[in-house]
Design a protein. Structure first.
Length: 419
């Protein structure tokens, strides 16, 4: 019997209004305690309010004048690209604001099917399925595919949405040390008894800007009969010669079985995610993936924007090359100035500072100089490894990059982070 029924019929039940009042008072107490604990731990996240479009120059509430933005995932600068906006407006006009329905009831329009076909073509895979976000794609995949007869082997630093997605499935779970191929191999050996073995990794890791060793992962997967899944949120559109992602960068496009990625970063930045891979897998996801089955279709404007972003990428890789050149410029100049930058030539450039307070104070002083960057510290990154994460975009000019480096040097000297 439900506890609430026991209370309702009990001799000491308080009058309805009082009970609701006291439950609310109790809730407020619990919430205040939780919030205080977050403040006390120094992990409170506050949000700056942007009053303009996303782009290299933005306006932020409470800050006078425009500021240079170095902390968006707008890698290719397509979030405010005129052709992307125009395509969104056209889709809005032609197909309406939204579908008021899930895909399988009456929420599939021709543009959803076209975008899925385009995504599959872009990644050179058999088929693709759209989700409201990549968080949803990660939440849907593992539970729909894997059973207790299967095993999943996941890099310990995988994104939270992969971790949550794996939690939802009933497969046996192995966690291998970050990028540690000896550990992955040991776990693959242990996992031989299972029906399917799926290795799951981010392509590029967003805190360190480091890249999964996909050649080695694919070699081990082939040796031990495993499948490879890669989350390409921080790679799709800009890693590899034509922006196909980490698998293109490392020459293993034909060996990665499943890709999940986002439309909410390089591909226009609106929202949406997808899985692309073998046709029967996509068919199964349409039948079983809960975030697909039980959530609304992507709005037409979002579909229009992403579709145009992919067109731009497939027409030319000039934007990809421009972003790569600017990334190199920033990394080279910062290292020459004496800073340590983690990662492998990725536009995520973690400027390592170590101390949490130093990272936070330097980020504040950068903003005073018109540069928007964010400091990351424990528990988002390990203790003693605080950093300011800078993200480069194709639409930063060389002058923007140089201004950012100059501000870092000035602020770094001020705070003793540089000699
Ligand atoms: N996977 C990775 C590696 C991410 O960085 C993110 C977003 O931060 C996601 C998944 C979720 O993507 P989305 O914003 O489309 O839900």
């Amino acid at each position: 019997m439900w506890a609430s029924r026991v209370l309702r019929t009990g001799r000491f039940a308080a009058p309805r209004g009082c009970r609701a009042q006291s439950a609310l008072t109790q809730l407020r107490g619990v919430l205040e305690e939780e919030l205080e604990a977050i403040r006390g731990a120094g992990t409170w996240k506050s949000e700056r309010v942007i009053t303009s479009r996303q782009g290299p120059r933005i306006h932020v509430d409470g800050v006078s004048g425009g500021i240079l933005n170095f902390c968006a995932n707008n890698y290719l600068g397509l979030s405010s690209h005129p052709e992307v906006i125009q395509a969104g407006l056209q889709a809005l006009e032609e197909f309406g604001a939204g579908l008021s329905s899930t895909r399988f009831i009456c929420g599939t329009q021709s543009i959803h099917k076209d975008l899925e076909a385009k995504i599959a073509r872009f990644h050179q895979r058999e088929d693709a399925i759209l989700y409201p976000s990549c968080f949803d794609a990660n939440a849907g995949l593992f539970e729909a595919l894997l059973t207790p007869q299967d095993a999943v082997l996941s890099d310990e630093l995988n994104h939270a949405s992969i971790i949550d997605g794996i939690r939802l499935c009933k497969a046996y779970k192995y966690r291998y040390r970050h990028l540690d191929m000896a550990d992955l191999e040991a776990k693959l050996k242990e996992a031989q008894q299972y029906r399917l073995r799926l290795v799951a990794t981010d392509g590029a890791f967003s805190m360190d800007g480091d890249i999964a060793p996909l050649q080695e992962i694919c070699r081990l997967a082939s040796r031990y009969g495993a499948l490879v899944f890669v989350d390409e949120c921080h790679a799709t559109g800009f890693l590899g010669a034509t922006g196909r992602g980490t698998d293109e960068l490392l020459g293993v496009m034909d060996q990665v079985t499943i890709i999940n990625s986002t439309l909410g970063k390089a591909l226009g930045g609106a929202s949406g995610g997808y899985t692309t891979g073998p046709g029967p897998l996509v068919s199964l996801l349409r039948q079983r993936a809960r975030p697909y089955l039980f959530s609304n279709s992507l709005p037409p404007a979002v579909v229009g924007c992403a579709s145009k972003a992919l067109d731009l990428l497939m027409e030319s890789n000039a934007i990809v090359q421009s972003m790569a050149a600017k990334t190199q410029r920033f990394r080279r100049k910062m290292e020459a100035a004496g800073f340590t930058i983690l990662g492998a030539n990725h536009p995520i450039c973690p400027v390592m500072l170590g101390d949490a307070r130093l990272a936070s104070c330097m980020a504040d002083d950068m903003l005073k100089r018109g540069i928007f960057v964010i400091g990351f510290s424990y528990p988002v990154v390990p203790k003693g490894k605080a950093r300011i994460r800078v993200q480069i975009s194709a639409v930063h000019s060389e002058e923007d990059i140089d201004r950012c480096v100059e501000a870092f040097v000035e602020v770094g000297r001020l705070h003793g982070a540089l000699p």
